[in-house]
Ligand binder design. Sequence first.
Ligand code: PLP
Length: 488
Amino acid sequence: MGSPPAQWMFVVDIEDFRHWSKEAANWGADYRASLPDLPVRPDIQPGDISKQIEESPPEHAESMDALFADFQEKIIPGITHWQHPGFFAYFPSNAAPAAVVADYLVTAISAQCMLWQTSPAATELETKMIDWLRQAMGLPKPFTGVIQDSASSATLTAILTMRERALAFSGNKQGLTSQPRLRIYASDQVHSSIDKAIWVAGIGDENLVRVPTSGPLRSMDTEALEKAIIEDREKGYLPAGIIGCVGGTSVGATDDIAAICEVAQRQELYHHVDAAWAGSAMICEEFRDLWSGIEGADSIVFNPHKWLGAPFDCSVQFLKDPTDQIKTLSIQPEYLKTLGQSDLINYSEWTVPLGRRFRALKLWFLMRAYGLGGLRSRIRNHVKWCSDVCEGLRDTKGFEITSEPILALFSFRHVPAGMTDDEALDAHNLRLVEAINRDGRIYLTQTKLDGQTAIRFTVGQFDVTEAYVLSAVYIVREIAEKIESVSE
Ligand code: PLP
């Protein structure tokens, strides 16, 4: 048997690949430059895109020219532009240019990084990037971690770990049918990903105990938390863990993490903290008061794909000690063993999915291309400019601030003169948010706060300018005036 042939791919394919990769990169740069001229959210109806796509796959190959043209004509008009400077909705899903380049490279390589040996560089860079971020965020040394696809997955793994710890690691083997009823505790402000993880882990929604919140940060009442745990034990339930919240989705609710850690310690419960959005801000020392006591938590999730600048998907789960999570999720059939080496890190044993993308590269590019200094100054600017927009609306007749800024998120509502009925105000503010989004210059989303509709405003676009952010005040005022005069 000789060597494999040197030319193992049709040359024409390689040259096509080179050409179209360059076209894609050029298109990406032009796209980013053109964003301010596009409406943030497309003004289209459900089905508008679908009706342009063939009903069945083609039997014969089509040219890349045709594909590229269709991408631009049929797909782009149906995209909501998350990298648009006027995107102030949900939370950001940033993609810093240098980190996008890293993701192009990752896709070109397309390694499946489930085990150390399926791409040693991916595993070893992941370990380093977790440690870089640990240092950047001021977490102490025992913390290590893993990169997951999303905060939802990280929270699911934490809840599975809580479940298995509480059941002395018998749940995976015996199932949950004849086990005591498990209980998980979280505030009434946590993201729906916590509810979903409770469902998927087989614990059941009724066993997610929602502890009331109060105060300007809408923090969990930790006395009520401990009381609920003690009472549950008396009733024969099996408390398994607590989820803390730093920077909740609705209006940035933030628990007293130090106080929850004390309860968790006294009650010997596992404590996972969801800081999916706010975690990025912890690279700035002055914001760390918000999660004071965090070193006492067992597991922390934050999404560099939200505010830090790593393209989706990239969610970091820090773990004080990964042993219990690995014990919960590790499974090693013969075909996944690395011969002769049993002491390697295989990150797929830390997570639910086996297959893993090479996500560490974009973090490496991100932190090196901008430096922590560059990332910090962006986050500090976002927080400052968000506060300026808040003040601009507070000073505008007819606007009320419904929740004060927490980092770079606040909420408001418009109260036209003489409109006092709650239902009318809710309907008016929904009309306002829809009118703003149809206008297309900026994009906002609504929430419910103490039963009333409020409009959220969050700043986080990686390269947004102060002028663009502040223009939002004028746009919101202008559209509010317009819809007020129409309804008069
Ligand atoms: N936790 C919080 C506070 C969030 O805001 C979100 C999403 O916005 C999530 C969790 C879920 O994040 P992911 O989409 O990464 O699962």
